[in-house]
Design a protein around this ligand. Structure first.
Ligand SMILES: *[C@@H]1O[C@H](CO)[C@@H](O)[C@H](O)[C@H]1NC(C)=O
Ligand SMILES: *[C@@H]1O[C@H](CO)[C@@H](O)[C@H](O)[C@H]1NC(C)=O
Length: 311
């Protein structure tokens, strides 16, 4: 355009130059639009490849319920219809699930508390540990992974135990489990005094080392109420961060219409009713170390266990 307008004032002998410029411009325009189309095609191809890669690595995941990058200021609740599992057990009004679902909260436990609990887990688990990738420490029963089996820390390490754990550690543990109990009660409309801690309730440490016994195989889909009849509500307190401290290891609810994940974050509490409405599994840990605490509750006083106390 600019060249043409200028051309009006040009003397005749520059006409050929003008034509050349025009032709050059036309040529430049077509090669511009060609470059544009090629870029567009390339971008589309790159997008297709990226989404194909993304989908093929994530084909098991339909939805991320809570990502590691979020910080929830109040519980995020997902209601799911209760399964019939609870009908095969004695019912306890004010506790037995009538409203089922899953929820995640980031403000039940602080980062500092999670850090302290992680150190407690590290100290305890350093006494033993599984030969495979998954070790547990149960402060209630004293069970600690040990090679291919378990030992009782209170018996085996009775002399050292007071050097490893302090009264403050146990107080924090009791305090945190009380808060988890209250948030579950509030979320599902229960009477917290009707809920009882049940077993197993334990610390877990998982890394990418392969399983040596079935105790190490944490990744199989399961239903807590089927595995442990006493469970009514299951909770998990995460002590390390997904994608920073470890890869893989996401928690997955396996619903008929898709898999929904919770990404662990230090201090994050995830809880759910324990029946078949919440079939779940843990993705295999690919790298790093994942620490968590499983805290389980029952409505049946016959299955209640008491808080651990330092011997
Ligand atoms: C995983 O932890 C075990 C101890 O339970 C340890 O022997 C092993 O070296 C660790 N594996 C990796 C890959 O860090
Ligand atoms: C959920 O993931 C499993 C594997 O973990 C897969 O076999 C299944 O097809 C997935 N479910 C849906 C509905 O996509």
């Amino acid at each position: 355009m600019a060249v043409q307008r200028r051309g009006n004032f040009k003397i005749s002998d520059s006409n050929t130059t003008e034509k050349k410029i025009k032709r050059y411009n036309v040529h430049r325009q077509t090669s511009h639009s060609r470059a544009f189309i090629i870029t567009l095609l390339l971008l589309t191809a790159i997008c297709a490849v990226v989404s194909w890669l993304f989908l093929s690595f994530n084909d098991d995941i339909t939805e991320t319920l809570v990502s590691r990058w979020e910080a929830l200021s109040q519980p995020r609740v997902f209601v799911v219809q209760c399964s019939e599992d609870y009908e095969n057990h004695k019912r306890f009004p004010g506790c037995t699930p009538t409203k089922c679902g899953r929820a995640v909260s980031d403000n039940v436990v602080t980062k500092e508390e999670a850090q302290m609990l992680k150190r407690l887990a590290e100290r305890g688990l350093s006494l033993g540990g599984s030969d495979g990738g998954a070790s547990i420490l149960d402060l209630h029963s004293g069970a600690l992974s040990w090679g291919k089996k378990f030992v009782n820390i209170y018996r085996y390490f009775s002399a050292e135990i007071n050097d490893v754990f302090t009264e403050d550690d146990f107080k924090l543990y009791r305090d945190v489990r009380g808060r988890i109990q209250r948030v579950i009660a509030e979320t599902f409309g229960l009477d917290p005094t009707q809920m009882h801690l049940t077993k197993p309730t334990f610390f877990s440490r998982i890394n990418s080392t392969g399983a040596k016994t079935t105790h190490d195989e944490y990744w199989h889909p399961h239903i807590d109420k089927v595995t442990y009849g006493s469970f009514d509500y299951t909770s998990l307190l995460y002590l390390t961060d997904y994608s920073v401290d470890f890869g893989g290891g996401r928690f997955i609810f396996m619903d008929p219409d898709g898999n929904r994940t919770v990404e662990p974050l230090s201090g994050r509490v995830s809880f759910f009713s324990s029946g078949s409405e919440n079939l779940h599994r843990v993705e295999k840990v690919a790298w790093g170390t994942r620490y968590a605490i499983t805290v389980s509750f029952t409505c049946d006083p016959d299955h209640a266990i008491s808080d651990p106390i330092l011997p």
